[in-house]
Design a protein around this ligand. Structure first.
Ligand SMILES: O=C(O)CCC(=O)C(=O)O
Ligand SMILES: [Fe+2]
Length: 611
């Protein structure tokens, strides 16, 4: 119900995909619900077995008179909904338990032209499928619910791929409301009520008429998005910490064969390291992924608190110009940004607010990245150039950042990003191999940052420059990109074919998987590279932490602790030990020693207990 009330509060705007609510008819309950293969760990076994099941879609369709839908989830006959298969397409706001199921219907999703991901169609009308569920509701005609193993929100494991659960009644069918908050209308423009000028949403908090001569402003009511809305239980990184490392890492260990992968731990983080070789067999740089988990996320001032705090802080997020500033072709980025600390210039000089004026959330986040940066460089015995800049990016439903590098000349060799909120995929690809003369004239930024408005070379580029590493970023994760060479703006001309790359100058893109996400990225702006004394002084002033910031110092090397089920904590610790064994930080003899000691300890405890 909370679900419905939450929606009802929102300002009605455009229609969205219809949702239905169905409740169990109570005839019989198998209490068998779905799970998603890679998230089974930690889910309870079902009570009982489904009486009807299948492992192939066609088996279902050819054997069940009440389910004959090869393509869509819902099956309708004579305009009445008969059954519904709930598989991979569950969204975080759906509900799935033995009594109540809330799900979206109506085929309101289409592949996005640019990303290929499924996104909601605009102007979705009440679909014929939604109408069929309305009919089923009116006629109290029961609907069979089938659970597929792709269903991430089911509370239990499932014994088969397709499991026919039970008959349910439809009790509600509604159009989801949307608003001008964090949903897909985040970049909806308006027509100025005063002068009629078509106005883009440049600032996150309001529309300001784009006609210089007009002062019309329309403020937006901000809605606070709870973390649970963007991070589904089943997708929470916290869940992954209970999965055996061997299972989880199959997905992470599959970069291009030229990249060396290793794994270790840092405090309570799992640490995935991708080394990028250079032509002489040395390192051109590395990408370190500090994988967070529930323990870390729920600490005071940890990612969960920060996700809440960043939404309630005055950040003044704005969209920047991606291309053709000032012309009729001017196009804005689809994400919103704000820079803190020393000015970071990309594409156009971006106003920067001094760390001294930054809301505490920025300092807290920056301190976490300072730790991760120092940790990385200490390990590789290299100097750490202090982060004096933090760029916040706000991604709303469907926004992303296209391929770019963070290789401006003014930057130090280390870039750190903290992810808050919805998951995202970070892809790396080699830069163009050929030398591009137009880049030599210092006008480097057009190909540097912010090119998220489409790639002129299109598919050909995709084929020539395949993604060589793909990382799943989750709430609380920190990614460090280290090494000037991997970001380098100018290409090293290399005779190697793209499929046999030894040297990588990388570009990265980040595609959030929908829902609200913030990325905070810290860099070192090197004062030596600034033009004059004035710029250097301003950078130093703006990039200095204000007095009192020490209270937010962060040391991620200290193990996070919290109340956790005994068994899960054990799995985490043993995973950490396994990782340490793999990278040689521990030897088997150490583990044997620990086990012997523990055996002694537990036997004393047991005898004390029995005494
Ligand atoms: O969204 C992210 O995780 C990274 C953002 C990024 O690449 C940048 O700010 O340069
Ligand atoms: Fe970047």
């Amino acid at each position: 119900m909370e679900h419905l009330e939450e929606r009802a509060e929102k300002k009605p705007a455009r229609k969205r995909n219809p949702s239905i609510k169905i409740t169990n008819t109570g005839k019989k309950s198998h209490k068998v619900l779905a799970y998603y293969e890679s998230f089974q760990e930690g889910k309870p076994d079902p009570i009982g077995q489904p009486e009807v099941w299948a492992s192939k879609r066609q088996q279902l369709c050819e054997a069940l008179p009440y389910y004959n839908a090869y393509q869509s989830g819902a099956y309708t006959h004579d305009g009445i909904a008969r059954s519904i298969l709930i598989d991979k397409e569950v969204s975080v706001r759906d509900k799935f338990d033995e009594e109540v199921v809330i799900t979206s219907v109506g085929g309101g999703r289409l592949p996005d032209e640019e990303t290929g991901r499924m996104v909601y169609k605009t102007d979705q009308v009440f679909s014929s499928i939604a109408n069929a569920f309305m009919r089923a509701m009116e006629l109290t005609s029961p609907v069979a619910v089938i659970a597929g193993q792709g269903n991430k929100i089911s509370p239990t494991k499932l014994p088969h791929y397709y499991n026919v659960l039970d008959w349910f009644h439809v009790t509600d069918v509604w159009q989801e409301k949307n608003d001008y908050g964090y949903e897909r209308l985040y970049k909806q423009g308006i027509v100025c009520q005063k002068c009629g000028c078509c106005t883009r949403r440049i600032e996150w908090k309001q529309w300001s008429c784009e006609n210089d001569k007009c002062d019309y402003i329309h403020r937006v009511k901000q809605h606070l998005v709870p973390l649970s809305k963007v991070v589904a239980d089943g997708m929470d990184s916290s869940r992954e910490m209970y999965i055996d490392n061997d299972v989880r890492d199959e997905r992470l260990k599959a970069p291009h064969k030229g990249i060396r992968f290793s794994q270790s731990v840092a405090g309570s983080y799992d640490l995935y390291n991708y080394d990028v070789p250079n032509e002489s067999g040395g390192l051109s740089g590395s990408i370190r992924h500090f994988k967070s988990n529930r323990l870390i996320n729920q600490q005071k001032d940890g990612p969960n608190d920060l996700f809440h705090e960043i939404q309630t802080s005055e950040l003044d997020l704005k969209r920047g110009v991606a291309v053709h500033k000032g012309t009729t072709q001017e196009t804005l980025t689809n994400h919103f940004t704000q820079n803190f600390g020393a000015a970071y210039k990309y594409l156009v000089a971006q106003d920067s607010k001094a760390f001294g004026e930054a809301p505490p959330v920025i300092i807290k986040a920056t301190k976490r990245m300072v730790w991760a940066g120092q940790h990385t460089l200490m390990k590789s015995h290299e100097p750490y150039y202090p982060f004096n800049e933090c760029l916040v990016l706000g991604y709303f439903d469907g926004s992303k950042i296209g391929f770019h590098d963070d290789g401006e000349k003014t930057l130090g060799p280390t870039v750190a990003t903290l992810s808050l909120g919805a998951n995202a995929t970070m892809n790396f690809r080699p830069k163009r191999k050929t030398h591009i003369p137009s880049l030599d004239d210092g006008n480097t930024r057009a190909r540097g940052r912010g090119r998220d408005v489409g790639d002129s070379a299109g598919n050909r580029e995709k084929k020539d420059r395949p993604t060589i590493l793909s990382i799943k970023l989750e709430h609380g994760d920190i990614v460090i990109m280290h090494g000037r060479e991997i970001q380098k703006l100018f290409e090293v001309c290399s005779p190697l074919s793209p499929l046999n790359i030894l040297t990588f100058n990388l570009q990265h893109e980040v595609i959030p998987n929908g829902g609200l996400r913030f990325a905070l990225t810290c860099r070192h702006i090197d004062p030596q590279t600034l033009l004059n004394e004035d710029e250097r002084r301003t950078a130093a002033e703006k990039g200095t932490f204000p007095p009192g910031s020490e209270q937010f110092d962060y040391d991620g090397s200290i193990l996070a602790t919290a109340e956790f089920p005994q068994q899960n904590r054990g799995i985490h610790i043993s995973n950490n030990i396994k990782a340490k064994l793999e990278v040689g930080e521990l030897h088997l003899s150490d583990v044997e020693y620990i086990l012997q000691n523990l055996a002694k300890y537990t036997s004393t405890q047991t005898s004390l207990h029995n005494a």
